[in-house]
Write a protein that binds this ligand. Structure first.
Ligand code: SF4
Length: 230
């Protein structure tokens, strides 16, 4: 009996060990992808004369209604200090990619506007990390869906840990209603677009995203993940 217990506990610890190994491998894989993208981005953007933070500011402005945002919004959403955001915006203005203007309704507020030149410099072709897209295309359709839903979970966890401040994802959007429809391919619903959504249509950076309250996010998350953890 004692020997059986040892064997059982040996199996259990080996299962736990394997799970820990897998988690470590996944973290290492994600880190490798992050490093690869960062180094490519740095090389490419270095040639274009844009640093990573400058590009992030342009991309953020591009995603905003009217392609403009206050300096404090930029600082908040990119998780940088206000003086850093001001400095980057001033640099982008010197490059004529951004223009600063006082808000018409409140002269104390400074808005950063994306210029036409700034819009071109962060267009889809330069935003899309081509090699990552090619790598994603190598996955089968079911694998892509699994990766997308896994990324949603990873990004949400990073948000909870304070590493990502804003992600315009369906799962934290006030218009998102998971598992509303009987259709297994498109069980979710978007109130804003008024369309059913499947897992493969989940957005990670939606232009019409509106943040939900924390209670709504928690409820939607429980509903969204509940159908996957069973
Ligand atoms: S508005 Fe965008 S983020 Fe929100 S539920 Fe609809 S598709 Fe998703």
């Amino acid at each position: 009996m004692a020997e059986q217990r040892v064997i059982k506990s040996g199996k259990k610890s080996s299962v736990l060990q394997n799970a820990a190994d897998l988690t470590t491998q996944l973290a290492a894989g994600l880190e490798k992808i992050g490093l690869a993208m960062k180094s490519r981005t740095w090389r490419r953007e270095g040639r274009a004369g844009l640093g990573p933070l400058q590009r992030q500011v342009l991309t953020l402005l591009r995603s905003k209604p009217g392609q403009r945002a206050t300096v404090s919004t930029v600082a908040n959403e990119l998780a940088v200090r206000l003086p850093t955001a001001s400095e980057v915006i001033a640099t982008l203005e010197r490059k004529q990619l951004v223009r600063r203007r006082r808000d018409m309704s409140d002269g104390r507020i400074v808005m950063a506007h994306l210029t036409a030149k700034g819009n071109r410099s962060c267009g889809p072709s330069s935003r899309m990390p081509d090699r990552l897209a090619i790598a994603a295309e190598a996955l089968s359709a079911p694998e892509q869906v699994v990766l997308l839903t896994s990324l949603v979970k990873v990004i949400r966890s990073l948000q909870e840990q304070g590493e990502i401040t804003v992600a315009r994802m369906c799962v934290s959007c006030q218009y998102f209603h998971p598992n509303q429809h009987g259709n297994a391919d498109r069980p979710h619903h978007c109130d804003s677009l008024n369309i059913p959504l499947g897992d493969r249509s989940l957005r990670l950076d939606c232009q019409v995203y509106e943040p939900a309250s924390s209670s709504q996010v928690n409820e939607a998350w429980t509903n969204f993940t509940g159908s996957r953890t069973a």
